[in-house]
Write a protein that binds this ligand. Structure first.
Ligand code: PLP
Length: 426
């Protein structure tokens, strides 16, 4: 690296350091351009993106069709607020509800905003339909969850770095161990339980996949006890795990088909890849019985459902369907885990690989601080592949779903080479 090169990057890093809040710990790579599975830094170095902005860029960076929708709509109309109708929201609501098979959609912006919306919707349903007394409703969450950063949401978190110093927390939650059916059954004994909110695969916790019968068990107990099953598919949804939704995991339809999936959440939460990473667009989907519990004036946001977001999200969902990104994620995911299993078998510092579709993680033999995982990611970056540790000794690997098999093999070669190098040092 030349001195000029170093200066370029360090200038941008020092600007963020000096003028930005210190609420992140990024890898020291300064990015300026993205296309498909690639990112470029300010020195012109090219990288494979193996984070995809935490699974927001499933369709690949700057997908031409999504960008065209953005530009076309941006020069026509961007924001009206919901004080008026616009000619993009209705058609998009029709499209997204038929795409995911729900009666109604409520559009928001960030993922956490959609989670908050789902919590409010569940509480409202509990009072209006289930007949719980005012203020009594409880929602069950599971340990290790990550649903975002607002106060209402971190109040359900078991991660001290999310909660520490931010109390007091919101009441009305029961937190039980993840992947523990008995714990769910015990919690559901409380007659004030209105809903249960889970990630079908815990992304931030380190791509933790529950037992195959866990979600079906929750769903059937929910039906039995008149409790809402709420799935946060902000990270797992929209083809990331090899199916249109991770909750389709037990379904044989492989995504886009006419069959109803075996598992169907009462409330589905989507975000991130809903816009292909182009704009913050999120959504809550539910049937009329639930969604119509919220009346005009009771919930909303200035930007939620704006015409620009609708045009972009429509294009982003079309891309997923037309390019069959679910099938590509499923196929490449199998190859990735096979290749990484070989790495795990060969190099003791790699303890295990797990995941579904193209949402995967490798656990390395490291302390809780994750120094080795960090050093591995630095070394991967030096070889042209960007990934980030999540929770200490776990490295998440989640490339855009438009990757080709050749590109994936090239990336697996890089990962293997880096892990082999650290293995020799240990
Ligand atoms: N839910 C899940 C499962 C997530 O992974 C995230 C973000 O990583 C969120 C919610 C919050 O999304 P956002 O950061 O857009 O608020």
């Amino acid at each position: 690296m030349s001195t000029q090169t170093l200066n370029q990057s360090s200038l941008f890093i020092s600007l963020e350091d000096q003028y930005g809040a210190h609420n992140y710990h990024p890898l020291p790579v300064v990015l300026t351009k993205g296309e498909g599975v690639y990112l470029w830094d300010v020195e012109g170095r090219r990288y494979y993106d193996f984070l995809s902005a935490y699974s927001a860029v499933n369709q690949g960076h700057c997908h031409p069709r999504i960008v065209r929708a953005l530009v076309d709509q941006a020069s026509q109309l961007t924001l009206t607020s919901r004080a008026f109708y616009n000619d993009k929201l209705g058609p998009f609501e029709k499209y997204i509800t038929s795409y995911f098979d729900y009666d109604k959609a409520l559009l928001a912006n960030s993922g956490v905003e959609a989670v908050e919306t789902a919590i409010k919707l569940c509480r409202k349903w509990a009072y209006v339909k289930k007949g719980l007394s005012d203020q009594a409703a409880k929602i069950v969450f599971v340990s290790g969850n990550f649903h975002g950063r607002t106060l209402g949401v971190i109040s359900a978190s078991t991660d001290p770095s999310s909660t520490g110093g931010f109390g007091p927390y919101m009441p009305g939650y029961i937190i039980v161990p993840y992947n523990d059916k008995q714990a769910i059954a015990d919690a559901f004994e409380d007659s004030n339980v209105a809903g249960v909110l889970v990630e079908p695969i815990q992304g931030e916790a380190g791509v933790v996949v529950p037992d195959a019968d866990y979600l079906p068990f929750i769903q059937s107990l929910c039906r039995e006890k008149n409790i809402l099953f709420i799935a946060d598919e902000v990270q797992t949804g929209i083809a990331r795990t090899g199916k249109l939704l991770a909750t389709c995991g037990n379904c044989t339809c492989k995504g886009f088909c006419e069959n109803k999936p075996e598992i169907k959440p009462d409330i589905l939460i989507l975000g991130k890849a809903l816009s292909g990473g182009v704009l913050p667009v999120s959504a809550v989907l539910a049937d009329d019985e639930i969604m119509l519990c919220i009346k005009p004036g009771e919930h909303g946001s200035t930007f939620g459902g704006n015409p620009l977001a609708c045009a972009v999200a429509m294009a982003a969902l079309e891309v997923v369907r037309e390019e069959r990104l679910d099938a590509n994620a499923e196929r490449l995911g199998k190859i990735f885990r096979e290749r990484m299993q070989h790495v795990v078998d060969k190099y003791p510092i790699a303890l295990l690989v797990r995941g579904k579709g193209l949402l995967n993680a490798i656990v390395v033999d490291d302390d809780e601080e994750g120094h080795l995982a960090w050093d591995i990611c630095m070394s991967l970056a030096a070889k042209g592949l960007l990934a980030k540790p999540t929770h200490g000794n776990i490295i998440r690997f989640a490339p855009p779903l438009v990757m080709t098999e050749d590109q994936l093999h090239e990336c697996c070669d890089i990962i293997e080479e880096v892990i082999a190098g650290f293995n020799r040092l240990s």
